[in-house]
Design a protein around this ligand. Structure first.
Ligand SMILES: [Zn+2]
Length: 229
C-alpha cells in the first residue's frame, strides 16, 4: 500500500475535494487518489481515505455473502443444551425471545434490532445502492439510502452479541453439555462477512461513487428544455 503525499495548503489539483480529518478536524484539500493509494492526515497521520483495488466489487460480494449467512442463521438450530437427560434446542430468534420470558422484553427487542434487523437493513440498503451504481441507473431511493446507510452502523452490535453468547457458553458448559448448531456457524460467518464489508467500505470513496452517479444521472439543462421544464 502506498501513501499519497498530502499537503493541507496550496498546490491543489483542480479536481481536489475538501475532507475533514475525523481525528483532529483539520480541513484538507485532497487530490484524486490513484488505485491502491491512501491519504493520511498531515497533522495526526490518521487515514483519511483509501482507494482499494476493485473495492466496489469486493464490498458487493462481501455484503451479498453476509446477507446469505444472516438468512441461514435464522431457521436452523442455534444452540442445544443437554443436562441430566433433558435436552433443549433453540434457534437464534428463540434465544433472543427467551429474554422476554424473564420480563426483559425491551432488552429482547433491542437485541433483535441491533443484531439482526439493523445489520440486515444496512446490508440490503448497501446492495441496493451498489446495484444502482453498477447498472448506472438512479433508482428512486438511491440517494436517500446512501445518506442514511452509515448512520445505521452505530446501531450494529452483532459482534457484541456473539461475544455475549460465547461468555454464557463458558458459564453454562460446567452445568450442561452445549452444542453449536448450523445457525450458529452461519451467524459467525455472517459477522465475518459483515466485518469484511464494513472494513472494505471507505466512506469518502463511497460518497465519490454516489456523487459521480448523481452527476451522470441528473438530467442536463437541454433535456429539461426539451421537456418544457
Ligand atoms: Zn488529523
Amino acid at each position: 500500500m502506498q501513501h499519497h503525499p498530502l499537503q493541507s495548503n496550496a498546490h491543489q489539483s483542480l479536481e481536489s475535494e475538501t475532507i475533514a480529518c475525523h481525528e483532529c478536524d483539520l480541513l484538507i484539500h485532497l487530490p484524486p487518489l490513484a488505485e491502491g493509494h491512501k491519504a493520511l492526515c498531515p497533522r495526526c497521520n490518521h487515514v483519511l481515505t483509501q482507494k482499494r483495488r476493485n473495492a466496489r466489487d469486493k464490498v458487493f460480494a462481501f455484503a451479498i455473502s453476509a446477507i446469505i449467512f444472516l438468512v441461514f442463521s435464522l431457521p436452523f438450530d442455534f444452540l442445544s443444551f443437554e443436562s441430566k437427560g433433558n435436552a433443549r434446542i433453540v434457534t437464534l430468534a428463540e434465544s433472543i425471545e427467551s429474554l422476554s420470558l424473564y420480563n426483559f422484553e425491551s432488552i429482547a427487542i433491542l437485541i433483535f434490532l441491533t443484531t439482526i434487523l439493523v445489520p440486515g437493513i444496512f446490508l440490503l440498503g448497501l446492495v441496493y445502492v451498489l446495484i444502482s451504481l453498477s447498472v448506472n441507473k438512479m433508482y428512486r431511493h438511491t440517494q436517500k439510502i446512501a445518506k442514511f446507510l452509515f448512520s445505521l452502523l452505530q446501531w450494529n452490535m452483532a459482534e457484541i452479541f456473539l461475544i455475549g453468547i460465547l461468555v454464557s457458553f463458558v458459564k453454562i458448559a460446567s452445568m450442561a453439555k452445549v452444542n453449536f448448531g448450523l445457525s450458529f456457524f452461519a451467524y459467525v460467518l455472517f459477522i465475518i462477512f459483515l466485518a469484511l464489508t464494513v472494513s472494505n467500505l471507505d466512506r469518502f470513496q463511497f460518497w465519490r461513487w454516489v456523487k459521480i452517479h448523481i452527476d451522470q444521472n441528473q438530467p442536463n439543462l437541454s433535456q429539461l428544455k426539451d421537456r418544457g421544464v
